[in-house]
Ligand binder design. Sequence first.
Ligand SMILES: [Zn+2]
Length: 170
Amino acid sequence: MRIRVDDIPEEGLYVETDDTDTWAFQAASQAIEGPVHELKVVLTLTRIAELLRVSGTASARGGHVCDRCGGDLEISIGGKVELLYEPIGKPDSDEVHLTDPSDLDIGFFDGLALDLTDVIMEQFALWLPDKVVCGGRGVKQVGAAWSCAVAAQPEVPERENPFAKLRLPD
Ligand SMILES: [Zn+2]
């Protein structure tokens, strides 16, 4: 879902999407590493000189597997979106001085169009915890509760000696 910079009016461009949009569903599912059950994204794209600011809110709920026990979980993530995109390959501009750049996540775009698929993927990937485990923030177990423990390693069957049945000729 590419938005051309030229199509963004002075006052900003309002974009709303949810899981009924295939591109948004796929982007969010890929970012949270599981199928999204619910997705809501409300963004405003604004041009600041040659930069693009993306602000709004986003939230997703989707399936995930516990990184500790392998059980089926559902994770909910979301929050405020505040991203800034800079055209790639352009020398640093003196025109824009950010009050506190550390507050912002800066990404890059080709200067012509911003791909909202990338924006959604980046934002949800930023929010996704490094480890998704039972009892984690925004995480709940699916179905009857179980106690989360390190999954037993599947027993590796001892490989049969391929020569075991080999009979040497008498
Ligand atoms: Zn677990």
